[in-house]
Structures are given as structure tokens and as C-alpha cells.
Design a protein around this ligand. Structure first.
Ligand SMILES: Cc1ncc(COP(=O)(O)O)c(C=O)c1O
Length: 389
């Protein structure tokens, strides 16, 4: 079996009827579409800094690219802690806000779970903060019927993490619109990049259905990629780690825009939720959290493991493309990192639950996790002193 980390692309999507109902933020006003979300973050924070909002509250638990983009914009960072349950630590946030005299609050909706956005809006009003929602991992999630990204002054979404697209990210300006951000002169990502990504997504679909044939085809594709690299054909990747200011001005590929109108968003969300529930039934006490309020669209299943690198290797060898989540944060974090963030970085393994998998894949994956004995029980979440070796 082969279970890709990301959803693949096939005839079903290309043939999908165009003109489907587009969910938020794809139906929103005042949007700008980029190649990656880090570009959207960079441009937004550059404007915030210019307008005198240069001190930003940022969670210590983060991917790294979003923080690099914030720093490159010239903003100054004040850290606040996360909890072991993918929440923000409200007391820690208040302390950090008072100490730093911050002007902007940057929140991350981790893995699809929404942060308590109404309480955060009240918090922002109390301290006069601009609210920026990082919804890179929470496309399609709603909280009490309200899509994430509608409450903040600004919101950033990554599209290609949830959807089978070559690239794509959106900046939404709900309030305090910077006109210049809706009229940026953005470059194209390039045909070779887009073609390569479409091939990759198509091969992932084939490999998840016919593992052997898919593996051979993928080997050829990788060899072609290596040749292009040797010939110095530039492709600006997505899904990588790093931030290069020379590549921020790339817009979303037109083929990604076209595909957006052909997807069945309700079906995608339903499937992801069903797959999450299947794993939650199997591992009720071995995940960061398993609660899934109506409206939440999970990005992955956050399994807790004792040794992330070993567990990932063992699963890969059985065809399950688990991702060791966020091994380290931005270099500037240093000693500011709280114990919860250190715990999550050490123990969370991302199991795929995307819409391109089926029940057989899920059953197979659950069996591998159990047979390998890699899961860690989540009592550790409640015990702040718990640090398994
Ligand atoms: C929380 C968060 N924000 C922003 C980003 C940046 O997304 P992109 O890779 O589209 O630049 C990521 C990337 O993984 C992320 O996890």
C-alpha cells in the first residue's frame, strides 16, 4: 500500500463541473492570490510595519516559514506560549502583550482546530491590537457556523495543503484594507514548475491506487527533476522550509485558479472528518486531541509518538507517508520556547487523513501504527512534567 502525505490529482478533478459553490475565502472580497502563504504574510506585515504596527505577538509553536516572512518584513516579534493541546495560552499571551506593548496579534489555527476567535477579538479590542489569522492549516474550518479567517482584520490561507493544487495561497483583508495589496504586480510561477507539480500530484494519485506502477513512474519523474536541476532550470518549490525574499512576488498559477472552480468542497471536508474519526476511534488516547466540533476540517491526525524520526521511518518503510511535524521553530526563538511547544515538536507525527485516501488505506495505516507500537499515550498531555526519553 502507499498512502501519500498530500491529496493527489486525477481525471475526477479535471472533469469536475466548473462553477461550483466556492467557500470562504474563495468567495471573499479584497483578496490577493499568491504562490505560497509566506509571500502573503510578508506583504501584509510589510504594510503593517509601514503603518506603525511593527510589534507582533507570535506563538512559540509555529512552522518557521511564517515567522521568517514576518521577520523579513521588518516586524519585531514578541513570543507567547502555546499549550500541549494546540491552543494558545491566554495567560501567557496577556503577559507577553503587556510586556512588549504589542500592536498586532498573530494566531495560528493549528491543524484545522479553530482558536477561540471571539475571545481573541475582545482581547484585541482591550489592547488595541490588529488581529491576523493564520489559516494555512485550517481551510474549510468553521467555528459556530462562521468560517475561520472572517473575524480577524486579515487572514492568510494556504490552499495546496488541503486541496490538490500545484500551488496557491490567499490573503484576505476584512478590515483596514491596504489597496496596494490587491494590485501587486506578481510574476507567474513558470510552466515547468506547474507541469512538474501536476505530474507529481497525478503520480501520487496513481501510486495510491497502484503502488508498484506509481513507484516506477515517480522514479522517472524524480530523475527528470534532477536533470532540470542540473540544467539549472529554476523552479520555486511549495511545501519546503525556508523564506527567500527574491521569490515573494510570485502569484498563484492560473491552472490552480481553474482547478479551484472544479472541486467539491463539501465532499472534501466530509471525507477528511470521516477519516479523522476512524483514526480517533482506534487511537482515542494517543493523539494531541481527538475532539472534532462540527465545522472543523482537520488537516491531519496528530499522533503522539515517543521517537518521531524512528516512527516516521518505520511508517515510510510500510508505505505510509507520515510527516514529522515542525521539528524546530525559527532560529530567533531560542530560549523563548515554552515547554508545551518543545513537547509538541518532539512528539507529534502527522498521519494523513486527506480526501484522496479510502477506508482500506485508513485500516491499513491504523494496523501499521498498532503493529509498530509507536504511539505514546496522551496522559503525557495532561502532565506538564512528563518528558519521555
Ligand atoms: C501555520 C503556517 N503558516 C504559514 C505557512 C506558510 O505556508 P507556505 O508553505 O504556503 O508558504 C505554513 C507552512 O507550512 C504553516 O504551517
Amino acid at each position: 500500500m502507499y498512502l501519500p502525505a498530500w491529496p493527489g490529482l486525477g481525471m475526477k478533478e479535471w472533469r469536475g463541473t466548473s462553477g461550483c459553490h466556492l467557500p470562504f475565502p474563495l468567495n471573499a472580497q479584497n483578496t490577493t492570490y499568491f504562490h505560497t502563504a509566506r509571500s502573503a504574510i510578508y506583504y501584509l506585515f510589510r504594510e503593517l510595519v509601514k503603518s506603525g504596527r511593527g510589534v507582533v505577538l507570535v506563538p512559540d509553536y509555529h512552522m518557521g516559514n511564517e515567522v521568517r516572512a514576518i521577520r523579513a518584513s521588518g516586524a519585531q516579534i514578541a513570543w507567547y506560549p502555546a499549550t500541549r493541546r494546540f491552543e494558545l495560552d491566554v495567560d501567557g499571551l496577556r503577559r507577553s502583550c503587556q510586556r512588549a506593548r504589542a500592536q498586532v496579534l498573530f494566531v495560528i489555527h493549528y491543524a484545522g482546530w479553530p482558536q477561540p476567535i471571539e475571545a481573541l477579538r475582545t482581547f484585541c479590542e482591550e489592547y488595541g491590537l490588529i488581529l491576523v489569522e493564520d489559516c494555512a492549516m485550517a481551510l474549510l474550518t468553521e467555528r459556530e457556523g462562521q468560517p475561520v479567517g472572517t473575524s480577524g482584520d486579515y487572514a492568510i490561507f494556504c490552499l495546496y495543503k488541503t486541496l490538490p493544487l500545484p500551488d496557491g495561497a490567499v490573503l484576505v483583508q476584512n478590515r483596514g484594507k491596504f489597496d496596494q495589496l490587491t494590485a501587486l504586480p506578481l510574476r507567474r510561477s513558470g510552466r515547468i514548475f506547474t507541469g512538474g507539480r501536476i505530474a507529481e500530484l497525478g503520480l501520487e494519485r496513481i501510486r495510491s491506487r497502484w503502488p508498484n506502477m506509481g513507484r516506477h513512474l515517480m522514479d522517472w519523474k524524480l530523475a527528470a527533476g534532477r536533470l532540470l536541476t542540473r540544467l539549472r532550470v529554476e523552479r520555486v518549490p511549495v511545501g519546503d522550509t525556508g523564506f527567500d525574499v527574491a521569490n515573494v512576488d510570485i502569484g498563484m498559477a492560473s491552472v490552480s485558479r481553474r482547478l479551484l472552480t472544479r472541486l467539491d468542497y463539501e465532499a472534501i471536508k466530509k471525507r477528511r472528518r470521516e477519516h479523522f474519526h476512524l483514526l480517533a476511534e482506534q487511537f482515542p488516547a494517543e493523539a494531541v486531541r481527538t475532539d472534532l466540533e462540527p465545522g472543523v476540517c482537520p488537516l491531519f491526525f496528530p499522533l503522539l509518538v515517543a521517537d518521531k524520526a524512528k516512527a516516521a521511518q518505520a511508517l515510510w518503510s510500510r508505505g505510509v507517508m507520515a510527516t514529522p511535524l515542525w521539528n524546530e521553530g525559527d532560529a530567533s526563538l531560542g530560549l523563548h520556547e515554552g515547554e508545551a511547544s518543545r513537547f509538541l515538536r518532539r512528539h507529534v507525527l502527522e498521519l494523513p487523513i486527506h480526501q484522496d485516501l479510502n477506508q482500506k488505506h485508513l485500516t491499513y495505516m491504523a494496523r501499521q501504527v498498532r503493529d509498530l507500537g509507536i504511539a505514546l499515550r496522551s496522559e503525557s498531555i495532561r502532565d506538564p512534567e512528563f518528558q519521555p526519553v
